[in-house]
Design a protein around this ligand. Structure first.
Ligand code: GLN
Length: 485
């Protein structure tokens, strides 16, 4: 059986029906990794020890891989940083514990941009992963390899984290489903921190229903995470039977049709709007007044939190240290200069600057106040509509190294995703279309569309995008990357 063609839900059903054993599924994916990983280079660690799980558990032993920031007890967890190359955590993340209890076979660690900071995967200190649709292109970032490995059928599902776009954008660039829930619903306990008020664990899957399945297991109050929310996260299973969008009001913010957006992304939105109308959704034009401040606010709040979170990696408390004793100040300086990649260093400097006395009021405090206005924009919007849709990224996957010398260009590509992160809302990106690259190779590249719901309204987000996904299913599933076979 070619398990690469099946969703998580389908594989679990086959195992439970005893048509295939857990070991056959495990071996299939191990073989596929052996075949494709030399080309895609996605894994930091592959666990090759098979352990049988309870067949009656929710996940029935299906293998799932995780971004290398989710700590697992006694399993090396590196954040793809030289600083933590040999770090072995003494605890497991709450979400990992919950998945293990539900019968996941924990199968290994996936490469990322160092400490989840990046757009393309080029910031990993360990390896450069490729996009399965075109191996000369980036798979997106920072959870790039979670996306690349699901999109290439090397694994059925993966975990990632999203701070500003790191689940939705790689999912969009690799043509799969990326889901980031409301902040505080998936615990951050023992998930390595990038920016604590934004970081949200989430998933990469082939279908929206699979995303719902994993969310049901991972989410819920965790007393170990002080920002964990006490809300009911159960999803009503009847939503998976819906076939139309009658009574759903969808807003398409006009600010999203900015100049820098690529033509195919624009036409993707237009086509999808027609599709949503066919499904009876009501489409309304809206405006979010503080749109122009999203990026500026994100790139002040995020580095401020990064600089605080990364201060513990100095080679003394955590992380790699030089052997030579240079006196404490010189030693710390040398450790951090040598073992952090340049993007981490850039953000530590930016963050320390906006938090420093004298500049705190002018930058960090002001940005935090504007963040509240951005949240209010959304609260107002959701008084009138159910969900908002936007493109996931302003472009399709670009060539490896194409933008690496221009950090500002990279920063701009977060334009459509950081707002929902600042407002801590649930987002889901699904592939809706394939565009041909503009060069002579004319490769087909996936384009994603995202849906944004009010806080704690994951159910609505799943419901609406499941209906759209089903209506596009034949087209989307007929497309496969060249390396698929
Ligand atoms: N591209 C964004 C950044 O580099 C997103 C990172 C993330 O979501 N982890 O900050």
């Amino acid at each position: 059986m070619e398990f690469k063609n099946l969703s998580l839900k389908e594989i679990i059903a086959w195992i439970k029906a005893k048509k295939f054993s857990q070991k056959e599924v495990w071996d299939y994916f191990q073989e596929r990794i052996k075949k494709l990983d030399p080309t895609l280079d996605a894994f930091n660690l592959v666990n090759s020890n098979f352990v049988e799980k309870d067949i009656n558990s929710t996940l029935a032993g299906v293998p799932i891989w995780v971004k290398d920031v989710f700590c697992e007890k006694w399993v090396t967890t590196t954040a793809s940083s030289r600083m933590l190359e040999n770090f072995v955590p003494p605890y497991s993340a709450t979400v990992i514990d919950r998945l293990n209890k539900a019968g996941m076979s924990s199968a290994g660690k996936l490469n990322l941009d160092e400490f989840a900071m990046g757009w393309s995967g080029e910031n990993s200190a360990l390896r450069i992963t490729k996009n399965p649709w075109d191996i000369t292109r980036i798979p997106g970032g920072s959870s790039s390899w979670s996306a690349s490995s699901v999109a290439s059928g090397m694994i059925p599902a993966a975990l990632g984290t999203d701070t500003g776009w790191s689940i939705r954008q790689p999912a969009s660039m690799c043509g799969i489903v990326g889901f980031k829930p409301t902040y505080g619903l998936n615990s951050r306990w023992w998930v390595m921190a990038m920016a604590s008020s934004l970081d949200t664990p989430g998933t990469f899957t082939k279908t929206v229903e699979d995303a719902g399945l994993l969310f049901g297991i991972m989410s819920g109050f965790d007393p170990l995470d002080s920002t964990s929310e006490k809300v009911d996260t159960k999803i009503d299973p009847s939503i998976w039977n819906k076939t139309d969008l009658k009574w759903v009001k969808i807003w398409v913010p006009k600010e999203y049709f900015i100049d820098g957006i690529e033509a195919w992304v624009k036409s993707e939105i237009e086509k999808s709007i027609s599709k949503l109308k066919e499904l009876w959704a009501e489409i309304i034009d809206i405006s979010l007044p503080h749109t122009e401040y999203w990026l500026a606010v994100y790139y002040i709040v995020m580095p401020a939190e990064v600089s605080t979170n990364l201060s513990r990696y100095d080679g003394v408390r955590y992380g790699y240290a030089n052997d030579e004793w240079l006196g404490i100040n010189e030693l710390l300086k040398k450790n951090r200069a040598e073992w952090f990649w340049k993007e981490a260093q850039r953000r530590i400097m930016l963050g320390s600057f906006v938090l420093s006395s004298g500049f705190y009021d002018a930058y960090y405090k002001k940005a935090s106040l504007v963040r509240e206005l951005i949240k209010k924009d959304f609260e107002e919007a959701y008084k009138k509509v159910d969900v908002i849709i936007t493109p996931t990224a302003p472009s399709v996957a670009w060539k490896i190294w194409e933008k690496v010398d221009d950090p500002l260009k990279m920063y701009l590509s977060d334009i459509f995703t950081v707002n929902g992160s600042l407002a801590q809302l649930p987002w889901l990106s699904i592939p809706v279309w394939f565009a041909k690259s503009e060069d002579s190779e004319q490769v087909e590249l996936p384009v994603g569309l995202q849906i944004l719901g009010p806080k704690f309204w994951e159910q609505k987000v799943f419901e609406v995008w499941h209906v759209l996904e089903q209506s596009l299913k034949d087209y989307i599933w007929s497309k496969k990357p060249k390396i698929w076979n």
